[in-house]
Design a binder for this molecule. Structure first.
Ligand code: 5AD
Ligand code: SF4
Length: 431
């Protein structure tokens, strides 16, 4: 979400003549886009700001700005008390950036942190930095008010972009050669524009170019409609992968979290998804150590994970956020206990992911080649339809190729494949 927002800011500034530099020492303006979801995200920004601020001693004209979710909460501290930054701009005020920058070059401090009920940046073309896979925000904000979550306060009310502008943007992306689009929203499946729901949007987007992969994230189980499940099942180029955060396996904790489903309702949903979309891969988010979570309730989360057998899970230690309902419940689980629970969950998931991935050894998967592998110059990194990372030898492949690969090895996080050539294929069959 923040990468997409940064690209949006890039688009706004690029249209006013600003260009990107990868070198801090070349920059006249440094903007940090921030996340407030957990406290450690905030601490990281503080560290980074300290480093950038050191540059100001030798370059007093450097303009430093903080964007995004931390803006509203930290504006007083950052601008007035600590005088760390020149600009603070919240997620709905990016259109003001060029004017605020003009002011900042003249020595003014700028603050714009109001949330909007309507801003969707419909008409702004993001400055995308990658050529294969594009992020596309289709809605902003969230009305779910999970009691642990700061998003409804930092990003405001839910609002959807217009159906037509999204379909047009996907057409433009296809024309530019993008091979994959991920539709984004805090709660993407509650998208609605007039008569169009998210299922209708997915179908329309997928119809733009049948060779383009379509993904989406992130989904609230409550809004996972039958129409959406059917659309995924019946549309070849909609990827068979759903990120479906469960957060906890305990009904008492789920109720305290205001998640609006029970563990058994969630399991029924998973069953329906698996029956309708054969081979679908599923991932989840889990919070460990929500206020008052007992060891027994933690075990219930592990039981649910064993039952679902997710392909992947992101696990977080509960982090109390001011303004949320859970903030008032106290932060009763000790940090060491939270950390021990997270470790158990991560280990359980590692075992499950390894088993599921190793079952793929010997199968052939269509891999979209996305870019260089981080570990080796001789290899590319790509992904399967089911969102699994695959490392392949470069050979004569190019970024953007969709190539059939035979899976040779696998661990919890990665598959290793070899392209299956048409000629090799025939050889194999002849033998
Ligand atoms: N503490 C820990 N994790 C959180 N998340 C959201 N808020 C918090 C919090 N206060 C997690 C949820 C969500 C993911 C994006 O971040 O699991 O799905
Ligand atoms: Fe936060 Fe997601 Fe819940 Fe919205 S649905 S309040 S973004 S956890």
């Amino acid at each position: 979400m923040n990468v997409a927002d940064s690209e949006l800011v890039g688009g706004i500034l690029n249209s006013r003549g600003y260009t990107f530099t990868g070198e801090l020492s070349d920059a006249d303006v440094v903007l940090l886009n921030t996340c407030a979801i957990r406290d450690n995200a905030e601490q990281r920004i503080r560290g980074r700001l300290g480093l950038i601020n050191a540059q100001k001693r030798t370059r007093p004209h450097l303009v430093i700005g903080v964007l995004g979710c931390m803006a509203e909460r930290l504006r007083e501290q950052f601008i007035e008390e600590e005088r760390l930054v020149d600009l603070i701009v919240g997620p709905d005020e990016y259109r003001k950036l060029p004017a605020l920058l003009d002011g900042a070059f003249g020595g003014e401090k700028g603050i714009a942190v109001r949330l909007s009920r309507v801003e969707t940046y419909d008409d702004i073309e993001p400055l995308r930095t990658e050529g294969i896979s594009a992020w596309l925000s289709v809605m902003r904000g969230c009305d779910k008010f999970c009691t642990f979550c700061v998003v409804p306060f930092t990003r405001g009310r839910e609002r959807s972009r217009s159906f037509d502008s999204i379909v047009d943007e996907v057409r433009m992306l296809a024309d530019k050669g993008f091979r994959e689009v991920t539709l984004l929203g805090q709660n993407v499946n509650s998208y609605r524009d007039g008569g169009h729901d998210f299922a209708a949007l997915m179908k329309a987007v997928a119809a733009v170019d049948r060779t383009m992969r379509i993904r989406f994230t992130t989904s609230h189980p409550q809004d996972m409609s039958d129409a959406l499940i059917d659309a995924i099942a019946s549309t070849d180029n909609i990827c068979k992968y759903i990120h479906l955060p469960v957060q906890s396996g305990s009904d008492r904790i789920l109720a305290l979290m205001n998640r609006t489903y029970t563990a058994s309702q969630y399991l029924h949903l998973v069953e329906k998804i698996r029956n309708t979309i054969p081979g679908v891969s599923l991932s989840t988010d889990i919070i460990s150590g929500f206020p008052t979570e007992t060891a027994e309730e933690h075990r219930k989360t592990m039981d649910l994970m064993r039952e679902v057998r997710y392909d992947g899970a992101y696990t977080f230690m509960y982090s109390a956020r001011e303004r949320t309902k859970a903030w008032e419940m106290g932060d009763s689980v000790a940090e060491e206990e939270k950390s021990a629970r997270v470790t158990e969950i991560v280990e359980l998931q590692r075992g499950i992911s390894t088993e599921l991935n190793q079952r793929l050894i010997g199968t052939v998967e269509a891999v979209l080649v996305e870019g260089p592998s981080k570990k080796s110059d001789a290899e590319f990194m790509g992904r399967t339809d089911t969102n699994k990372t695959v490392i392949v030898p470069k050979g004569d492949l190019r970024e953007g190729d969709l190539v059939d690969c035979r899976i040779e090895r696998a661990n919890a996080a990665t598959l290793f494949g070899e392209p299956v050539r048409a000629d090799k294929h025939t050889e194999g069959e002849a033998a």
